[in-house]
Design a protein around this ligand. Structure first.
Ligand code: PRX
Length: 701
């Protein structure tokens, strides 16, 4: 997208890199001496230790947090640039690292504490010893009952219950590649992902609690299998965990010969131990599908040794996770945050990680703080959307509960300074440090954040890069935008790092095109210095080097911290028979940050009755409720350039009450005012202050 911006006629001032960004610099907040006194990382020399002159060997420090069956011989191999290979020659098993190796010292420690959404169900602790058995039995089932072999892919469509990480770890034990699909995605979305990954087995659950109700989740499995079949992939077995023993919370019958209750099969494998398969460091560990600039989500493939060492190192240094801590990350395991910072990072360090099934404000906005008190949680991790929601619904709730956090994380979206301050003062009671961690599905782990025991915090700013991460902000021509210049540009990471994803599953070309082509200096180069990673975010760097992320510069909308591709939603709209054209734009939302709004133009002669419902139904069925648009506008025509491209930027401006700019060069300029009146009514409001991503979203593509 950003490339097309410079080619726009007459409006070169619209390039991201040339936008002057004015925002008030916030004051620093300093970590308390109490926090610093206990922190894992307090040595400021860490930046030098991980500096460019020690790269890539500096990352040995992370690799050494793991137990290797065979030590690596090459820390970083760049011979297949930009497909970087980490810890080459090394062999290890992820489930061994997360479970077995902790038995000697920590077998009676809780690995997970599961908190049901139903508050009258007491929390359930799963010790490392118990986890060991459950992972082994599940691995035995996957290997012997399902016939799965190292390298096979397994799609898992589950909510946050202990059986989800147990299944992930069982896959890792065998070298199977798991692909967890967020439980809130629809059956069709799950089926598309199962087909793309060629999964023969789907692991699911009958139902789970959400907002106080038991949802029927198994019905999605039937749709997933049917969708995968249409795409040419036969899902042979559907393994169904049960949320409650001996019950079945689905209206859909089990399909004979295809669907199996896991608890019934596991009886056969009770107490069985499966030797962990020693995997090459570079073997894939999992796929995580995420939205990009094309209609179809892409499977980001993460590796074994590099990924695990990076999440272990960043969990230790940035999450400051220590043996006696109780750590609660409220994300869903179905997103990268959950993979890296609920499951793999904490378990590698033998920590105690809380699993929460529910939504934060059920039955009321005091729930998270009651959980924190009851479990004595002292590290808390959530998103700006959840913070905004809790602040709105229960601004005084935290004070009512006697819990104490030492550390809090925010992730997934830019956080407004006022919201940050509420998090700091009210949720953290002025005692906890905050880390605002900027990263992505692709990066595997944190990229920018303050080091909690070293750096002061600044509300609304992610902070400096992590040790061993060398970012640069480039303009459209690839010139560096200097810190303190007041200009925004595209944030890139100049170097490879161990947590970086390996490829887009089945699409090497797209991997290179999307992440490297833009700033690559020589496509034949084997030197990492020639391959800056293009993250797809706009950013600005203050004079102190702190980085503020402004939002996506491509066609991705960040809804409540989760990525949705506008093209993905547009292509769903076009499956509604009556619709000729569709355009999806982000609109600011007080709680969720951004939400999609849909514009559709109908085929000639069709009636507009019921279109809104049809569009919403199609989006919910094909993607999931998360993509539900705020509004669907049926318009007589789309604003278009003379070459026929839809001007999404103009629609985004209308939806967000911004200035639509000069539209006189359009093929149909009059339509703009017509649509504006439809959307905003007669009274014209133009907001002057607007976030960068909204002002510059969706120029013609
Ligand atoms: O735009 C950035 C935003 O979320 C995008 C990545 O989304 P996803 O791959 O789903 O991963 C989310 C969890 C890591 C980024 O491109 N983003 C993530 N963290 C922040 C952020 N924006 C501002 N501040 C953050 N701390």
């Amino acid at each position: 997208m950003a490339e097309t911006r410079v080619m726009k006629e007459k409006e070169p001032e619209l390039t991201e890199a040339q936008i002057a960004v004015h925002w008030r610099e916030e004051q620093y907040y300093y970590p308390s001496s109490k926090f610093i006194g206990q922190a894992n990382l307090t040595d400021p020399a860490v930046m030098e230790r991980f500096g460019e002159k020690n790269f890539p060997e500096c990352f040995r420090e992370y690799g050494d947090l793991l137990s290797w069956d065979q030590y690596w011989h090459t820390t970083l191999d760049t011979s297949d640039a930009p497909f970087w290979q980490w810890f080459v020659g090394g062999k290890l098993n992820v489930s061994y690292n997360c479970v077995d190796r902790h038995l000697e010292k920590h077998k009676n420690k809780a690995a997970f504490i599961f908190v049901s959404e139903m508050e009258d169900e007491p929390p359930v602790s799963i010790t490392y010893q118990e986890l060991y058995y459950r992972v082994n039995e599940t691995a035995a089932m996957l290997r012997d009952y399902c016939g799965l072999k190292t390298g096979d892919r397994v799609t898992i469509h589950m909510p946050v219950v202990p059986e989800l990480p147990i299944t992930m770890l069982a896959c890792a034990r065998l070298g199977l590649v798991h692909s967890v699909v967020f439980g809130g995605f629809s059956g069709e979305a799950c089926g598309m992902r199962a087909a793309d990954s060629g999964s023969k087995v789907l692991v699911t659950i009958d139902g789970y609690y959400r907002g106080g109700n038991m949802t029927d989740h198994k019905e999605k499995a039937d749709l997933a299998v049917a969708t995968a079949a249409k795409e040419g992939t036969k899902v042979e077995k559907v393994l169904v965990w049960r949320r409650e023993a001996k019950k079945y919370h689905s209206a859909k019958p089990m399909v004979a010969g295809r669907d199996f209750f896991v608890d019934e099969i596991l009886k056969k494998y009770a107490g069985q131990i499966v030797a962990p398969v020693s995997m090459p460091s570079e073997a894939p560990l999992f796929l995580m599908y995420t939205s990009g600039t094309t209609g179809r989500p892409k499977g980001c493939q993460h590796g074994t040794g590099g990924y695990l060492s990076y999440v272990a190192g960043t969990t230790k240094f940035i999450q400051d996770l220590q043996p006696e801590d109780v750590y609660w990350c409220m994300a869903d395991i179905g997103w990268i945050t959950g993979h890296s910072y609920i499951v793999y990072g904490p378990l590698t360090l033998a920590a105690t990680s809380v699993l929460f099934e529910g939504v934060p404000n059920y039955p009321d906005a005091g729930r998270p703080w009651r959980v924190a008190k009851r479990l004595n949680v002292n590290i808390f991790h959530t998103s700006p959307t959840a913070i905004r929601m809790l602040r709105k619904a229960g601004p005084d709730e935290p004070a009512k509960y006697d819990y104490h956090f030492k550390h809090m994380t925010t992730v997934g979206e830019p956080i407004e300074p006022e919201v940050w301050k509420w998090y700091y003062e009210v949720v953290g009671k002025g005692e906890a440090v905050i880390v605002d961690t900027w990263w992505q599905t692709e990066t595997g782990g944190f990229m920018c954040s303050t080091k909690p025991g070293i750096d002061p915090m600044k509300p609304g700013s992610a902070g400096p890069p992590l040790p061993g991460i060398y970012p640069a902000i480039y303009d459209e021509e690839g010139k560096e935008v200097k810190p303190g210049s007041g200009k925004a540009g595209n944030i890139c990471i100049r170097n490879p790092w161990p947590g970086m994803f390996q490829t887009i599953y089945g699409d090497r070309d797209r991997f290179v095109r999307q992440y490297y082509q833009k700033y690559n200096r020589d496509k034949n180069s084997k030197k990492w210095q020639d391959w800056p990673y293009f993250a797809g975010d706009g950013a600005v760097q203050a004079p102190d080097g702190y980085i503020r992320i402004l939002g996506r510069v491509d066609d991705v909308i960040n809804v409540a911290g989760h990525r949705l591709g506008t093209k993905e939603i547009e292509s769903v709209c076009l499956t509604v028979n009556e619709i000729a054209e569709a355009a999806v734009v982000p609109v600011a939302d007080e709680v969720k940050g951004r939400v999609p709004e849909v514009y559709v133009a109908l085929k000639p002669g069709v009636a507009s009755d019921g279109i809104e419902k049809k569009v919403i139904d199609a989006i919910e069925t094909q993607i999931g409720k998360i993509a539900r648009p705020k509004k669907v506008h049926v318009v007589p025509d789309m604003p278009k350039t003379r070459s026929g491209k839809i001007m999404r930027r103009v629609l985004a401006a209308i939806s967000n009450s911004l200035d639509t700019g000069d539209v006189t060069t359009l093929a149909n300029p009059d339509i703009v005012e017509q649509i504006r009146v439809m959307v905003q009514g007669d009274k014209k409001v133009v907001l002057k202050e607007a976030p960068e991503d909204l002002k510059h979203f969706g120029d013609e593509r």
